[in-house]
Design a binder for this molecule. Structure first.
Ligand code: ADE
Length: 309
């Protein structure tokens, strides 16, 4: 038996199905760091039912990780197996889980996380902005590619919500951008457990605290639901329409809790289409039940973008 303390609905048979020999992984450079996890670029040989080399991302523990931390990574793997495959959720390709090792092998996102992707794009956009604004003729930056990413994320989140899976850290930094600009939801296991273990607050990934993405009821009670994920999606829309700016610019994180609980909200970003700003405001309704569902958000974005469901 691979595991003695196996808590979830998964069986060892399921793990065996995903087990991948570590000798068939060639590790490359580190592409991401968390509080206790590390993500490497690697080449996997004969994975995913395909012969030959495939670029992959491998998430594993940092040196000196504790058993508790291993457990958190294990839960992320369980979560990835549980949610299964969806075009807008990062795909599990395999895992190495023997002899105290734990590696989660995922598809590789060539463009990295959405925040970095948007910031890189900002530079291009500054050069091109005159042309773009002229092209739309309205002074509104209605960038179909960016809104398609919002739709991708809403679709991925609708899938997670339908499985009663709560993300708890939905933010541009936890969205991956793949070839063709397809956005996929990631980091839903680690982030979730990390918060419960208070590590997240001690050592956030990029030095920023997540309060600016948190719903008022979560700030008050620490409780997460799909509706608190919807709040975060509103902040994510703001990040997208500002090409990766930090939310509540100029407001220190420690002031955010009081402000948001008093009803303070961000204004419409310059060049943000009105219908997208309306969507953000619905996500930020104080009463969770009055916020849209991910299903609603997906349907609305499909209509706005005239995308087939
Ligand atoms: N950083 C974290 N996860 C990643 C992935 N799957 N692909 C590329 N970079 C990543």
């Amino acid at each position: 038996s691979l595991r003695s303390d196996f808590p979830s609905q998964l069986t060892d048979t399921v793990y065996l199905k995903w087990e991948f020999p570590i000798r068939k992984l060639n590790f490359g450079k580190v592409v991401g760091q968390g509080a206790f996890g590390k993500v490497y670029h690697a080449i996997a040989h004969d994975i995913d039912g395909k012969p030959g080399p495939v670029p992959v991302a491998v998430k594993t523990l940092k040196d000196g990780a504790t058993l508790e931390e291993r457990d958190i990574l294990q839960k992320e793997l369980d979560q990835l197996i549980y949610v299964g495959s969806h075009p807008n959720v990062i795909r599990l390709l395999g895992a190495c889980s023997r002899r105290g090792i734990l590696c989660i092998i995922m598809e590789y996102a060539v463009h990295g996380n959405l925040r970095e992707f948007l910031k890189a794009r900002h530079l291009v956009s500054d050069l091109e902005s005159d042309r773009q604004l002229c092209a739309t003729g309205t002074g509104v930056l209605r960038d179909a590619d960016l809104l398609k990413m919002a739709l991708d994320i809403a679709r991925g989140m609708a899938h997670l919500a339908s499985l009663k899976c709560i993300h708890r850290d939905l933010a541009a930094r936890n969205i991956l951008v793949l070839d063709g600009g397809v956005a996929k939801v990631s980091d839903f296991g680690l982030a979730r457990e990390a918060k419960e273990n208070a590590y997240y607050f001690k050592e956030p990934k990029d030095g920023r605290m997540p309060f600016k993405w948190m719903a008022p009821e979560t700030l008050l009670s620490g409780r997460y639901t799909s509706k608190s994920d919807v709040w975060s999606f509103g902040v994510l829309l703001w990040e997208i329409t500002t090409l990766g700016s930090s939310p509540y610019p100029g407001i220190p994180t420690d002031k955010i809790v009081t402000l948001v609980l008093r009803g303070y909200r961000m204004g419409k970003p310059p060049n943000c289409p009105q219908d997208i700003f309306d969507m953000m405001k619905k996500c930020w309704r104080p009463t969770p039940a009055e916020r849209p569902t991910f299903r609603d958000l997906k349907d609305t974005l499909e209509k706005l973008l005239q995308y087939p469901p």
